[in-house]
Design a protein around this ligand. Structure first.
Ligand SMILES: Nc1ncnc2c1ncn2[C@@H]1O[C@H](COP(=O)(O)OP(=O)(O)OP(=O)(O)O)[C@@H](O)[C@H]1O
Ligand SMILES: [Mg+2]
Length: 279
């Protein structure tokens, strides 16, 4: 029997737009030997917010770096499969060129330049651009993060929340089509987490920026995302609409249970039976 992917499209059906980002069956190896991603596939539609969830070490950051090309800086390589953005293959190309095409990664731990000012950090975000609208875009960033405008000192002295806002603001300066966000809630108070996620939602709705969001805070991620993937040991083990994932018993137990602080790891369980439920 033909599976869904090979069935001919029904006559008269509207053509389906290809996803903005399509990761197909990629393998990633670090230092030529450490196999971290083992056939990972996911796709992100234009204008969507997609969450990528998973326990520590599952390979979430590696997935984002495989897309942004930053793997190269860590001796990592996509050894199988492909990454397509706007229909074109981008695996293996230079990270600067990937930024130029419209993908910007906000790294885990914010990675702003501590001994530069906020404004200088924002200008850095525009490094691949040659058009003259940079001043206007800085004002646009300040409209999302008014606090940054008041901070004239070095970025290293900003609070954790302000540094996260600066990291997102710097991404916006590149005028990206797709932002890859790695754990934007990390280290922030619950109040700031809500504020940052509110801004992520606005950036998506008002600027039309597509977002792939890696998060430990699954509840928050699924509250803003349309769709989500759960990964474990380098592979996707479950995916579905944010609504379906939020009501999935396993996701509830492992990611949404308790108070979020002591989330269990899938990996530490003899979970064959449990995993079978979604394999
Ligand atoms: N530069 C590297 N060299 C070798 N191994 C690496 C490197 N970066 C990550 N790894 C390994 O790859 C695996 C996945 O790491 P990754 O950082 O992608 O996971 P993660 O899902 O983002 O985890 P976390 O939730 O802790 O951020 C881990 O076992 C990690 O030790
Ligand atoms: Mg990570």
């Amino acid at each position: 029997m033909l599976d869904a992917a090979h069935r001919p499209a029904p006559v008269g059906a509207a053509p389906v737009a290809p996803p903005l980002l399509e990761v197909s069956n990629i393998e990633v190896v670090y230092n030529d030997v450490i196999l971290v991603l083992r056939g990972l596939s996911l796709s992100v539609p234009k204008g969507g917010i997609v969450a990528l969830l998973g326990a520590n070490g599952a390979g979430k950051s590696t997935t984002l770096k495989a897309i942004s090309g930053l793997l190269k800086t860590e001796e990592g390589q996509v050894t199988r499969g492909e990454v397509r953005f706007a229909g074109e293959r981008i695996d293996g190309i230079d990270p600067h060129e990937i930024v130029r095409r419209g993908i910007f990664q906000v790294m885990e731990g914010r990675r702003i330049v501590a001994d530069m000012t906020c404004l200088e950090n924002l200008r850095l975000g525009a490094f691949t651009r040659s058009d003259g609208d940079i001043k206007r875009d800085i004002e646009m960033v300040y409209s999302y993060f008014p606090r940054l405008k008041e901070r004239t000192g070095l970025a290293g002295y900003l609070s954790g929340g302000e540094q996260q806002m600066l990291a997102i603001g710097r991404a916006l300066m590149a005028r990206p089509k797709l932002i890859l966000m790695d754990e934007p809630s990390m280290g922030l108070s619950p109040l700031l987490v809500r504020e940052v996620f509110g801004i992520i939602r606005r950036i998506n709705a008002e600027l039309g920026v597509t977002i792939l969001l890696v998060e430990q805070n699954a509840r928050m991620a699924l509250s803003v995302a349309d769709y989500g993937y759960v990964m474990e040991q380098g592979k996707v083990v479950l995916d579905g609409t944010a609504e379906a994932l939020s009501s999935n018993e396993d996701v509830k137990e492992f990611y949404l249970g308790g108070h979020g602080a002591e989330r269990k790891s899938f990996r530490n369980l003899k979970s064959y039976k449990r995993r079978k439920r979604w394999l």
